[in-house]
Design a protein around this ligand. Sequence first.
Ligand code: CO
Length: 136
Amino acid sequence: MIGRLNHVAIAVRDLDAACATYRGVLGATLSAPQDLPEHGVRVVFVELPNTKIEFLEPLGAQSPIAKFLERNPDGGIHHLCYEVSDIRAARDRLVAAGARVLGDGEPKIGAHGNPVLFLHPKDFVGTLTELEEVRG
Ligand code: CO
């Protein structure tokens, strides 16, 4: 069911510092910062030849990243995102298998303008897992 790895997300306290490290030290190509108020994050994508890294900085007081950064003050890997061709079909299959979808279970529009869902880490080997619908 899952397809390509779309991105690995890293929660960061300081987006500018993270970008400076990746651009300056690692020589990476970065996207422009983007505010996603619906998700409570500000994001930058590191563009790699085979995938992307997504930096997440908290945006607003209710950011879902804030608690993670309290537990991981240096930042750290926050989630993995896999591509699926039909996100509602994927969700229905996962729910039927007993997996927990976070939030109200309805896909939201993510940073690439595609529908996304998050799955409970306890159901997926301790890792918060995002699905993104990418129509081939
Ligand atoms: Co993501």
